[in-house]
Design a protein. Structure first.
Length: 247
C-alpha cells in the first residue's frame, strides 16, 4: 500500500471533526443548485492500482462532455462539489473542499487535483457508518443549496464502528446514493455477479437514504470511471421542481 506521513491524515481528520462542530452558514453563502459530496472507499481491500483507478475515474467522469454540460447547465447556480476518502472510523481525509463549479476551468482544476493526489496512511477496515457521518457533517454546511446529495463508493460491507443503518445525524432532505464496486475481474462471471448482487442489496438496505436514492454498480475498478459517469448524469438531472418553486 502506498502511504504518506500519518500526520497528514490526522490533520485531515481534525478538519472533518471541525466541520461537524460548526454551525451552518447559509446566510453568508451564495445559492447553489446542488451540493454533492463524494465519499471514496480507500480501506485495505483497495490496492494501489485500484486507488488510482478510483481517483482518476472520478476525474475522467467529471470531464465527460455530457457530465460537464450538466454541471454547467445553469450559470449563476453552480453545483458545489466536495470529495473525501474514508476507511475505518477516524480515518477520513478531505481531498477536495467545497468547490463551486462555474466554468470548464473549474473542472480542469479539480481533475488536476485528483490526478495528483497521493494515497494517505489509512486504516485497513471498512467503517461505512463513519463515512456517512463525515458526509452528513459536510452537507450540514450547505443548506443554501437546493439539493444535497451524498455518494458513498465501496467494494465491501461495513466491518467496524457504527452500523450504517444506525447513523442518525443526516440533515433534512439529504439523499444518499451509492456506487458499488465488484470484485476483481479475474473471478468467474457467476461468482462476480453473485458478489455484486449481494453487496448491492446490502447498500440498498443499510446505506441508501431518501425516496429517489439509487445504487450504481461497477463490475470492477476497471469499470469505475464509466459507472461514475452514469451516476453523475443521473444525479445531476434530478432537481425537484417543488424545491425550485420554493426558492
Amino acid at each position: 500500500m502506498m502511504t504518506c506521513v500519518r500526520p497528514i491524515v490526522a490533520a485531515a481528520g481534525l478538519m472533518i471533526a471541525t466541520l461537524s462542530s460548526l454551525p451552518a452558514t447559509a446566510a453568508s453563502q451564495p445559492l447553489c443548485r446542488q451540493a454533492l459530496a463524494l465519499g471514496l472507499d480507500v480501506s485495505g481491500s483497495v490496492d494501489a492500482r485500484e486507488y488510482r483507478l478510483q481517483l482518476d475515474g472520478v476525474a475522467s467522469a467529471l470531464g465527460d462532455a455530457d457530465v460537464a454540460d450538466a454541471l454547467l447547465a445553469q450559470p449563476g447556480l453552480p453545483v458545489r462539489l466536495a470529495i473525501y476518502e474514508w476507511s475505518e472510523p477516524g480515518d477520513e481525509r478531505l481531498v477536495l473542499p467545497w468547490t463551486d463549479i462555474n466554468s470548464p476551468a473549474d473542472i480542469v482544476e479539480i481533475q488536476a487535483r485528483l490526478n495528483t493526489t497521493e494515497r494517505g496512511d489509512m486504516g485497513p477496515s471498512t467503517g461505512i457508518g463513519s463515512a456517512l457521518r463525515t458526509g452528513f457533517a459536510l452537507l450540514a454546511q450547505q443548506d443554501s443549496c437546493w439539493v444535497r446529495t451524498l455518494d458513498i463508493s465501496g467494494d465491501g460491507k461495513g466491518n467496524t464502528g457504527q452500523l450504517p443503518q444506525d447513523v442518525t445525524n443526516m440533515p433534512p432532505g439529504v439523499t444518499v446514493n451509492a456506487l458499488v464496486i465488484g470484485v476483481d475481474g479475474s473471478v468467474t462471471a457467476t461468482n462476480r455477479n453473485l458478489q455484486i448482487g449481494e453487496l448491492t442489496a446490502y447498500y440498498k438496505t443499510n446505506v441508501l437514504r431518501g425516496p429517489d436514492a439509487f445504487v450504481e454498480t461497477a463490475l470492477s475498478f476497471d469499470a469505475y470511471a464509466e459507472a461514475m459517469r452514469r451516476k453523475l448524469l443521473r444525479e445531476l438531472a434530478t432537481i425537484v421542481l417543488g424545491d425550485l418553486a420554493d426558492q
